[in-house]
Design a protein around this ligand. Structure first.
Ligand SMILES: NC(=O)C1=CN([C@@H]2O[C@H](COP(=O)(O)OP(=O)(O)OC[C@H]3O[C@@H](n4cnc5c(N)ncnc54)[C@H](O)[C@@H]3O)[C@@H](O)[C@H]2O)C=CC1
Ligand SMILES: O=C1[C@@H](O)[C@H](O)[C@@H](O)[C@H](O)[C@H]1O
Length: 336
């Protein structure tokens, strides 16, 4: 079966996912596109999916009998309405992070999916599909003993002026928030945020960098540096300290050069390149599950927990280093 996919939101990542579905992956085809900026959807049709139809609204695309499954890659604040519409239509839906911009919004999605009675939603937490994180998880699960601490960093070379302090959590740290729960088989109980002096490269409305400290139910302490104007590259670091040893996320493959009296390894600058393979694997997983009328991978529950945790971290940004409690509701059995 070829899964007929519609994409809502044809900006940077929507275009890139459309490209991988039509040109890299198997078992699916882009048949529908929609964007509030219709010219953007038309451009993706022209460049990547000449057989696709461009719809005026995401709702019309979801309702179309030509569409089996939906990709939601529009701006975060618009995800909830489209994911709810896809669930109401009974169609598998891949939603980029964040699942919703509020915890209440994410809960509405969880409630709708639970009422539907079957998984339909996969959230775009692609790091769970990254070969380096998968190898790290194997080491954490079976080699280094009980995890005690995690030291991590999420560094972007630069961000635009409209990127403000809470976005370092909702837009950027959200990947770590999800991947550490998965890596450690654990949940969070509190968050703290510390700010060193800001980098001179930061903007007026962005305190950058910041250090987020998360404590888990089993007592692991995680410290993550989020530094989104680090200038030198896109750099994701993660080291787990266990009772018996330490496991570290591998660096992306890079040619080592002896050149100009220097020993050099190139560092990537773009998130698209750093996780290119994991985006392929996560979407192939989505296609396989969608062919069976369901979803796998990161769940709506994971998206909801990430939203609750993000909210706590944003509150912690204004709490002068004090811990903010994270209280999770009971997980519905659909997600066990
Ligand atoms: N998993 C990952 O590593 C990444 C995830 N993302 C997520 O993907 C989403 C999109 O990000 P980008 O592609 O970077 O943004 P973008 O701004 O390049 O593209 C978003 C597109 O959505 C369209 N749009 C906005 N409101 C809409 C609506 N109501 N209906 C239909 N289309 C609408 C915009 O016109 C734009 O073309 C965000 O939620 C972002 O957090 C983005 C980059 C990486
Ligand atoms: O999701 C992403 C972006 O939206 C975000 O702005 C970046 O910080 C992340 O590294 C990238 O993966």
């Amino acid at each position: 079966m070829t899964v007929r996919i519609g994409v809502i939101g044809t900006g940077a990542i929507g275009r890139d996912h459309a490209r991988r579905i039509n040109h890299v992956l198997g078992g699916a085809k882009i048949v529908a596109l929609s964007d509030v900026n219709k010219a953007s959807a038309e451009a993706v049709r022209q460049d990547i999916a000449p057989d696709a139809k461009v719809y005026d609204t995401g709702e019309e695309l979801i309702a179309s009998s030509d569409v089996d499954a939906v990709l939601v890659t529009s701006w975060g604040a618009t995800h909830e309405q489209y994911v709810l519409a896809a669930i109401a239509a009974g169609k598998p839906c891949f939603c980029e992070k964040p699942l919703a911009t509020t915890a209440d919004g994410a809960k509405r999605i969880v409630d709708a999916e639970v009422s539907h009675g079957k998984r339909l939603v996969q959230v775009g937490f692609m790091r769970r599909y990254d070969a380096g994180y998968v190898a790290l998880k194997q080491a954490v699960d079976s080699k280094i003993g009980a995890p005690i601490m995690v030291h991590a960093a999420h560094r972007n070379p630069t961000v635009p002026e409209q990127y403000v302090t809470p976005m370092a959590i909702h837009d950027t740290l959200i990947h770590e928030i999800d991947v550490f729960r998965w890596l450690l088989n654990d949940d969070y109980v509190s968050a703290r945020v510390l700010f060193p002096r800001s980098s001179a490269r930061s903007h007026a409305k962005l305190k950058d960098p910041q250090i987020v400290i998360l404590e888990t139910a089993k007592g692991t302490i995680i410290n993550v540096e989020v530094f989104v104007n680090c200038h030198y590259g896109y750099d994701i670091q993660c080291e787990v300290v266990g009772e018996d040893g330490i496991a570290r996320l591998p660096e992306p493959m890079a040619i080592q050069m002896r050149l100009g009296a220097k020993l050099q390894n190139e560092i990537l600058t773009d998130w698209k390149d750093r996780f290119i393979a994991s985006y392929d694997v996560e979407l192939q997983d989505f296609i396989h599950a969608a062919a069976k009328g369901t979803a796998s991978g990161p769940t709506s529950w994971d998206g909801y927990v990430a939203a609750i945790t993000s909210d706590a971290c944003v509150t912690a940004q204004d709490s002068e280093g004090d811990a903010v409690a994270i209280n999770l509701p009971t997980r519905p059995s659909l997600y066990n």
